[in-house]
Design a protein around this ligand. Structure first.
Ligand code: HEC
Ligand code: HEC
Ligand code: HEC
Ligand code: HEC
Length: 402
């Protein structure tokens, strides 16, 4: 009896159906735009149905009110304003109201503040937020080569959530069995940060945190010994390219002419913008995100203990220009398009629920946690932090996990 035949046939047809239904392919109708000469493969394909959902997800929220720039400065009105001191009271309050909507619309001000003492830095989210303000200012001031006049606000990444939807971390799971299989080199798993491809996982650390060379292409038909890139490097760069394509919801041809992936003079202009984007992402990961490692609790880190890092999708979220190229900066010109003080406190000393003042060295003295610390003389040049009270040691209610 050849009983296996009907079994094999039904398994085969189920697999075929599954590959069409389950693979997340772009089902018709697909919209195709020609962006180069005929016959050169320069087309962009878009799933029409997905476009509708993306349009809805990319509506820009209004500023809560138009802030009056006149009046006393925040630094004179409040005790512990380290970055936004130049804002007027109205601008400062408008900014606080905006970041509440952008980051924690449900939890409200208390997501970052102890309501009993708004000046205290005991809630770790406030310490992170302060650094994020510096980061966003740097993006808008230093990285116009990428973000142009559109720029970024907290909303570009956060979209009403404490943790943005798209980020990456080191992921070495599942761990290989050991012995000769010890080093999997990121292979044989679904590369979730590489567009769900079978390309190597974990390459983003090399390219979007460290500055590993991305170019692998030989410029001559025959080997001359000058291009030392092997298959492994090539695969790793392709994994990065999948990450970039997926993050923007585009094809390779949005940035490359497929007849010569290396040639800049044949590439669409978007490739140059992307080149700056890679450098922007390296800067913010290396100089802002990683430094915050001691401040984040373990639940906000990956399995290897690294913080969640920014990728192209953190801002782009599946569209070629974040929020479809609509700028939110107008209402935040004084808070997010100018750089305030850029010094960084020593985050390794931060103790959530205890630290009352987190400021750069030399600027302010952080009072130790013990109540005895109340006797520490305050630096006259800076606002005096309230001494830590014994009750403050209990951390505020844990924020809801997004
Ligand atoms: C996402 C985090 C976050 C949220 C939410 C938030 N704040 Fe803040 N708040 C901060 C940060 C960071 C500072 C310090 C800014 C600086 O150092 O320049 C601050 C400072 C303040 C201060 C100055 C306190 C002082 O005396 O030094 C006040 C007042 C304030 N916030 C009010 C509010 C109000 C009211 C809300 C809700 C509408 C709110 N904040 C929501 C992060 C937040
Ligand atoms: C380029 C993207 C990006 C921008 C812009 C950005 N953030 Fe973030 N933010 C992140 C990422 C990614 C995390 C998660 C890090 C982690 O959990 O390890 C984060 C985490 C946070 C957290 C911690 C939330 C928690 O519960 O742990 C706060 C608070 C925060 N951001 C505030 C802000 C504020 C305020 C702004 C604007 C001034 C801002 N962010 C702008 C990417 C961004
Ligand atoms: C958003 C723009 C963008 C998209 C989409 C994109 N690339 Fe790239 N690609 C770049 C940039 C920018 C570089 C150069 C990076 C650098 O030099 O730092 C590059 C470099 C490359 C290189 C190396 C070229 C050399 O000189 O060695 C290859 C190969 C490549 N990309 C292939 C692809 C493939 C395949 C896809 C689609 C899966 C793709 N790219 C999608 C922007 C893009
Ligand atoms: C901080 C947020 C942010 C991050 C992170 C980011 N981008 Fe962008 N990107 C933008 C903004 C904003 C624009 C729109 C600029 C404009 O219209 O002038 C843009 C535009 C682009 C464009 C040009 C689109 C067009 O059609 O003109 C490309 C290509 C691009 N980004 C690629 C990337 C790549 C690749 C990465 C990751 C390496 C990346 N971006 C990361 C904010 C970001």
């Amino acid at each position: 009896m050849k009983l296996w035949i009907p079994f094999a046939l039904s398994a085969g047809s189920l697999l075929t159906i599954a590959s069409f239904v389950g693979a997340g392919w772009d089902a018709p109708p697909v919209e195709t735009t020609q962006i180069g000469f005929r016959g050169t493969g320069m087309y962009i394909h878009r799933d029409v149905e997905k476009q509708e959902a993306l349009a809805v997800a990319n509506v820009v929220p209004e500023a809560p009110w138009e802030a009056d720039p006149a009046g006393d400065k925040a630094r004179d009105l409040y005790e512990n304003v380290q970055i936004l001191g130049d804002l007027s009271d109205d601008q400062f309050n408008q900014f606080m109201a905006s970041i509440t909507e952008w980051i924690a619309p449900e939890a409200g001000c208390n997501y970052c503040h102890n309501p009993e003492n708004l000046a205290s830095d005991e809630v770790y989210q406030k310490v992170v937020a302060r650094r994020m303000i510096q980061m966003t200012q740097a993006i808008n001031v230093d990285w116009q080569s990428h973000v142009g006049q559109v720029g970024a606000t907290c909303y570009t990444c956060h979209r009403g959530q404490a943790i943005p939807t798209n980020y990456w971390y080191e992921d070495t799971e599942p761990k290989p069995a050991g012995g000769m299989t010890q080093d999997r080199a990121g292979q044989n798993v679904v590369a979730k940060f590489g567009g769900n491809s079978s390309l190597p996982q974990n390459v983003l650390k090399d390219y979007l945190l460290d500055a590993k060379q991305i170019r692998v292409h030989s410029t001559t038909a025959l080997p001359t010994g000058t291009n030392l890139a092997g298959t492994k490097q090539t695969e790793a760069t392709w994994s990065l390219m999948m990450h970039m394509s997926e993050s923007l919801g585009v094809n390779c041809t949005t940035c490359h002419n497929s007849r010569a992936f290396n040639a800049w003079d044949e590439s669409p202009p978007q490739r140059v913008t992307a080149w700056h984007g890679i450098r922007l992402v390296r800067d913010i990961n290396a100089n802002y995100m990683v430094g915050l490692t001691p401040v984040f609790p373990a639940t906000r880190k990956g399995p290897e203990g690294d913080v969640f890092k920014v990728g192209c999708g953190t801002c782009h979220a599946g569209v070629q220009k974040p929020l479809n190229g609509v700028s939110m900066l107008q209402a935040y010109a004084d808070s997010l398009v100018k750089k305030g003080p850029m010094e960084v406190p020593d985050f390794s000393t931060y103790q959530p629920g205890i630290t009352q003042l987190m400021a750069p060295a030399g600027q302010t003295a952080t009072p130790p946690a013990e109540p005895a610390a109340a006797t520490t003389p305050a630096d006259p040049a800076v606002s005096t932090p309230p001494p830590a009270e014994p009750t403050v040691v209990t951390p505020p209610a844990a924020p809801a996990t997004p």
